[in-house]
Design a protein around this ligand. Structure first.
Ligand SMILES: Cc1cc2nc3c(=O)[nH]c(=O)nc-3n(C[C@H](O)[C@H](O)[C@H](O)COP(=O)(O)O)c2cc1C
Length: 221
């Protein structure tokens, strides 16, 4: 071993029974995650959001480039700005841009261009994909597998928030370019997801949809 490598720490080794039980319990926990579209305005300590974003930053990434940036929006003024711009895009989407097939597929969710949750929820997390890096001298440097890496980081972020009872909505107002403009992000970053985070409003209902069965998604060879 040289100083380019360090000893792997903190990988607990459980008995077979324990590992099966723990994996089942974690599945039960994650199986209760649902996308929420009605949020309470109740405040959440910002440290919780910072910890969840730190957890997202533990994600693997192509050549460890960590090609992500998170903008945590808590300012009411900024949330309003984002809502106005998102609703403008979504109005166009629902009335003109979306295909008939797409609108049909969205029917179970009863979504439309109105996005009040963008102002009600205490936090919006806007995730940016860093397509390439800009070195201090202004030169471009490569990032790799940016979509895969940012997707993984977002999955870990949703898991971290669900773990502490914070509900999320992965929102993709289409197109999302306005987010880069409003939030003044550099040109090497592209908006990836707008994640709404907060406690669910009391009495929240969610679409009655089903998850695929294991035999539909898994082949063991
Ligand atoms: C990439 C992505 C984009 C999504 N965009 C929207 C969206 O713009 N609006 C919305 O209401 N839900 C959106 N969703 C949420 C999905 O509709 C939801 O995850 C799906 O119906 C499964 O429901 P569940 O998350 O409750 O299991 C999106 C989900 C993903 C992964």
């Amino acid at each position: 071993m040289n100083n380019k490598h360090i000893l792997l720490k903190n990988y607990a080794k459980y008995s077979d029974n324990e590992v099966v039980e723990k994996s089942q319990l974690f599945f039960n926990k994650m199986n209760s995650r649902r996308t929420v579209r009605t949020f309470s305005s109740e405040l959440i300590p910002v440290q919780v959001l910072k910890n969840a974003i730190k957890t997202a930053n533990t994600s693997p990434s192509g050549a460890n480039k960590q090609p992500w940036h998170f903008v945590l929006v808590q300012s009411a003024k900024m949330k309003k700005k984002i809502r106005i711009a998102a609703e403008k895009e979504e109005k166009e989407f629902y009335s003109n841009r979306a295909s008939k097939e797409w609108l049909k597929d969205l029917e179970p969710f009863e979504t439309d261009e109105n996005k009040p949750f963008l102002e009600t929820a205490p936090y919006l997390i806007v995730v940016f994909e860093e397509k390439y890096k800009i070195a201090p001298n202004g030169e471009k440097a490569k990032n790799y597998y940016t979509k895969e890496s940012v997707g993984l980081a977002c999955g870990i972020l949703l898991t971290a928030l669900h773990n502490v009872g914070i509900a999320t909505l992965t929102h993709t107002p289409s197109p999302m370019k306005f987010l880069a403009e409003i939030l003044k992000r550099p040109k090497n970053e592209t908006p990836f997801l707008l994640i709404v985070a907060g406690y669910p409003e009391v009495g929240t209902v969610v679409p009655n949809i089903k998850r695929k069965k294991l035999n539909e998604i898994l082949t063991i060879i």
